[in-house]
Write a protein that binds this ligand. Structure first.
Ligand code: TRP
Length: 457
């Protein structure tokens, strides 16, 4: 069902900021540092950059062109472009993936609200590294508080979504993204000037390839897809709101660059600070919530007012970055239900919000009451993260490359990438080559490698 009255982003800047708003989120500031920490630092970052360049950007361009040419939600997109085929399952898989990610992402997003509260009420004052650690663990294990914050966060997301594409999504990104960038820069300066920060900087810049194994590649690939919002039709849905004048290649490059810069800068906030106060870099998902409050207290120990202001600002901005991302994931399912099942946007959004809260409850409890329930050694929360980021997104990316590179009519691909011939895109042939060969083969190799099949041979 193609609608002529489809919503649109109002401006070029709006397009970039909304897409970058989707990409920049907890993935950059919370997940990137702990994945880097778990996988040994600089070597992981190098492999990550390779994944962004070789897999991320081409797949992003593919998602953009699928979305804009079909003018539909991600499941409808494949139906429009490949009627009567099984390709529509890729779109449906994407909707499911986004829904699952939102289920655990909203839990962490909820934590940011608790930490805003702590910062505002001066709750960080007088705690040391141990104090922050036990405070976090106690909070996360509490059955009610994290759950209520998660619900509140989903309601905020819901509120923006029902306001629509231009008034809700675009306007909120235009305010939040520039603010985020400025505060990130300030925090980097604070963190690298802490005593003992050098060890953290070295961890980020000096690659130690002896730590690189199959796992590191899978981690880097998963993180690249996750951080760039790829592999589930999120940017595909956004691109369906792009205008015909939008330069897809350039937009992809801008989003990729902004997202990567924010992730690297987040590394420069967290690791110098973590090393400076003696917190292990592989502390995992809780890293940002334990290390950072400590940074503010230590960096400004003589000037409590600054410590206060920075803590508050940081968690407010972390929440905003998370919000522009939850909005984008919510939009995928909302647009799907709205267009495929003829529900009103409001009703569609309500179903998505309630469904995510339901999943979120389990993910939230898996830090406390349900901690003992594990599968393959992972809690429900970890399992959601692993299955979505490391399996479902790369599988989505694999099929998106194949679809664009092999199935889709080359005329459509060309018309979308060059805006019907009006743009010169010198890398056009390279993009096609990557989508046909490099991207699917690398994704497959990384999977085979992870499964240990090479060793068997
Ligand atoms: N990229 C976002 C982040 O870094 C999260 C996100 C939004 C996402 N939309 C997505 C991840 C789609 C995977 C797929 O926080």
């Amino acid at each position: 069902m193609v609608k002529n009255d489809r919503a649109n982003f109002g401006s070029k800047l709006g397009v970039i900021l909304a897409s970058a708003g989707s990409a920049v989120g907890l993935g950059n500031i919370w997940r990137f540092p702990y994945e880097t920490g778990n996988h040994g630092g600089a070597a992981f970052i190098l492999i990550y950059l390779g994944c962004v360049l070789i897999l991320g950007l081409p797949v992003m361009i593919a998602e953009f062109l699928i979305g804009r040419s079909s003018q539909a939600n991600t499941a409808g997109a494949y139906r429009n472009l490949a009627p009567g085929t099984h390709w529509r399952w890729i779109g449906r898989l994407g909707v499911l993936t986004g829904f699952l990610i939102l289920g655990y992402y909203s839990v962490v997003a909820g934590w940011t609200l608790e930490y805003i509260g702590e910062a505002v009420t001066n709750g960080f004052v007088g705690k040391d590294a141990e104090g922050f650690k036990s405070a976090f663990n106690q909070f996360a294990a509490n059955p009610w508080r994290p759950m209520l914050w998660m619900i509140l966060f989903m309601l905020a997301t819901h509120f923006v979504i029902v306001r629509g594409v231009e008034k809700g999504i675009e306007r909120s990104s235009k305010i939040m993204m520039p603010a985020l960038f400025i505060i990130v820069l300030i925090l980097v300066v604070c963190s690298v000037s802490l005593p003992g920060a050098e060890a953290g900087i070295e961890f980020l810049l000096k690659p130690d390839f002896s730590k690189v194994d199959a796992n590191v590649f899978l981690g880097a690939m998963g993180q690249a897809f996750f951080s760039l919002s790829l592999g589930m039709g999120c940017l595909c849905t956004y691109a369906s709101y792009f205008s015909k004048q939008t330069n897809l290649t350039r937009t992809a490059l801008s989003v990729g660059v902004i997202d990567t810069i924010v992730a690297i800068l987040a590394g420069f906030i967290i690791f110098p600070a973590a090393f400076s106060v003696g917190i292990s870099p592989d502390a995992g998902p809780s890293l940002v919530f334990i290390t950072l409050p400590n940074v503010f207290q230590q960096a400004f120990s003589g000037i409590p007012l600054l410590a206060y202001l920075f803590s508050v600002m940081f968690y407010v901005l972390l929440a905003m970055a998370a919000l522009t991302s939850t909005i984008s994931m919510h939009e995928v399912s909302t647009a799907y239900l709205h267009e495929e099942f003829n529900l009103s946007r409001k009703k569609a959004a309500r179903i998505v919000t309630l469904g995510c809260i339901f999943l979120g409850i389990f993910c939230s409890l898996s830090w406390g009451a349900l901690k003992g329930y594990t599968l393959f050694g992972m809690t429900i929360f970890d399992l959601f993260d692993y299955v979505t980021a490391k399996i479902m997104l790369p599988v989505g990316g694999f099929f998106i490359s194949i679809f664009t590179g092999w199935y889709l009519d080359r005329k459509i691909v060309w018309a979308e990438i060059t805006n019907n011939g009006s743009l010169r895109v010198p890398v056009y042939k390279l993009i096609i080559f990557i989508l046909r060969f490099i991207a699917p083969i690398s994704i497959a190799l990384i999977f085979i490698n992870e499964l240990g099949l090479f060793k068997l041979l």
